[in-house]
Write a protein that binds this ligand. Structure first.
Ligand code: G
Ligand code: G
Ligand code: MN
Ligand code: NA
Length: 256
């Protein structure tokens, strides 16, 4: 695969960049933070999304240095927001090999300390499927990060096969509800089965003291339904597409 062989050089050549997609509080519409989403500005193919190269980076091991680079950039960006009086939180995706890497905790702590960012301003997103079947030893690094104050979010929640009682054992503080549930909120009235499912998840999450973020919100109708169902935070094209980091300042001023 041509893309695979070029990946290591691309990291050295500075061909990756990050877009940020805002996360908005459903109760008052203010910006809570943003998810860092990596892109590759390929010299021939133009901008490539993560779906085109994250799986390759994962299978070749480049995901570890690439992921560390993303973390470093995102944490520095959060520090810059804070310095400009915007206390946004930044979300960074962790792939399965990063989760298993022995230096995850030390690297993350070093990156936070290097930027002078409080751990509570960082949220690490791990997919439900990456944690299914993980035993206590495999969860220890995440638990250590959670104990340091880093927020851990379960990404694409509802698409995996984890049983719900398993949630109690995970060091997570946020569920990121998969886009597929948001789709059922498009009509008025909303899809009654999806409403029941979201109600159930929100009630379970809040019982376990977890916050609920919904993904893929594209319309005001969806946002209204999800707010009434008690979801805490939303992300999606209705608020903003992924974009440059400075745009968050303007969005948050527009709220005020
Ligand atoms: O950017 P886009 O909206 O196309 O995101 C597609 C997928 O790529 C998402 O599921 C997201 O979790 C993943 N992704 C984006 N950036 C990163 C990253 O820095 N690391 C990892 N592991 N996955 C990412
Ligand atoms: O980590 P995750 O897989 O959730 O990454 C978010 C992905 O969802 C990215 O590919 C992003 O571009 C995409 N996305 C973000 N907001 C929306 C939206 O409102 N609608 C759709 N269809 N996709 C979205
Ligand atoms: Mn994510
Ligand atoms: Na996701």
């Amino acid at each position: 695969h041509g893309l695979t062989t070029r990946l290591p050089a691309a990291l050295d050549n500075g061909e990756f960049f990050i877009e940020y997609q805002p996360l908005v509080r459903l109760d008052d519409g203010t910006v809570r933070g943003a998810e860092a989403l990596v892109r590759w500005l390929h010299p021939v193919h133009g901008v490539l999304g993560p779906d085109r190269f994250i799986p390759l980076a994962e299978s070749t091991g480049l995901i570890v240095p690439l992921g560390r680079w993303v973390l470093e950039q995102a944490v520095r960006q959060a520090r810059a927001w804070h310095a400009a009086d915007h206390p946004f939180r930044v979300n960074v995706n962790l792939s399965p090999s990063q989760l298993r890497h022995p230096a995850l905790v030390a690297d993350t702590v070093a990156v936070l300390a290097g930027a002078g960012l409080d751990p509570s301003a960082l949220c690490l997103e791990v997919t439900e499927n990456a944690l299914i079947g993980a035993d206590e030893a495999e969860l220890r690094p995440l638990r250590q990060l959670a104990d340091l104050g880093v927020d851990i979010a379960l990404d694409d929640f509802g698409t995996g096969y984890s049983n719900l009682s398993y949630l109690r054992r995970l060091p997570v503080s946020t569920l990121k509800l998969d886009r597929s549930f948001t789709r059922g909120m498009q009509c008025a009235p909303a899809d009654p089965v999806d409403v029941k499912i979201v109600e159930g998840i929100v009630s379970l999450a809040h019982t376990l003291d977890l916050s609920v973020t919904v993904e893929g919100v594209e319309t005001g109708t969806q946002a209204d339904h999800l707010r009434l169902l008690g979801c805490d935070t939303a992300q999606g094209w209705y608020y903003a597409r992924p974009g440059p980091p400075d745009r968050l300042h303007a969005l948050s001023l527009a709220d005020a």
